[in-house]
Design a protein. Structure first.
Length: 200
């Protein structure tokens, strides 16, 4: 499974790079040691183990791994992150590229109430636009109907926004065509006038 390379933070961005490393390690810790141990005791593979079993070796490219809820001190210093329980990305199965959406049961039992709906939308849109098979590894205790309603609202709103943008582009193209046609008519008139003066 692909992971970000380790490095020693340095230079003027050392504090920010150290925070980035901390966020990555906490996100990869999933629900934490206790939750992972409890899950393993049930005889199941956790989300990242399932990804490793499914995909070709070292082909997984995770997207949005740092998405979650950050916690900060009163001074605004980062302390920890509660990662979302949805893991998304791309990988290969028998050489074919696929999009992947996996529930992490170790974080609030994979409930949709603990996830970030935008990650669902992002990976579904990517799969649709790039014509990739979308594999969904479901391992969840359920979720909120209200949250699902919010998800569909966000997706529909995004689709409506794209339609509106296309309409605006079509109108701009139409306006430009009319402007070009008008200029062409002007050029024709000038050519006719010039030819008339030349022949006089």
């Amino acid at each position: 499974m692909n992971t970000a390379p380790a490095f020693e933070p340095g230079g003027e961005w050392a504090p920010e790079l150290a925070e980035l490393q901390l966020r990555r390690s906490q996100a990869r810790a999933m629900g934490g040691p206790e939750a992972l141990a409890k899950f393993k005791a049930s005889g199941r593979l956790n989300a990242r183990e399932r990804i490793a079993e499914l995909l070709d070796a070292d082909s997984f490219r995770e997207l949005g791994s740092l998405a979650g809820k950050g916690h900060y001190s009163r001074e605004g210093v980062f302390e920890r992150i509660d990662p979302t329980n949805a893991i998304v990305g791309t990988g290969r199965v028998a050489g074919r590229k696929v999009a992947l959406h996996v529930d992490d049961f170790t974080i609030r039992a994979g409930s949709s109430e603990a996830t970030i709906a935008d990650k669902w939308i992002y990976i579904e849109r990517m799969a649709h636009q790039l014509r990739l098979p979308l594999i969904r590894l479901v391992d969840s205790a359920g979720g909120s109907v209200k949250l699902l309603d919010r998800f569909w609202t966000l997706r529909d709103r995004d689709a409506a926004s794209q339609v509106a943008t296309m309409r605006e582009l079509r109108q701009e193209i139409k306006d430009l065509r009319e402007e070009v046609e008008g200029l062409q008519r002007e050029v024709t008139r000038y050519k006719t006038a010039y030819q008339t003066l030349k022949d006089a």
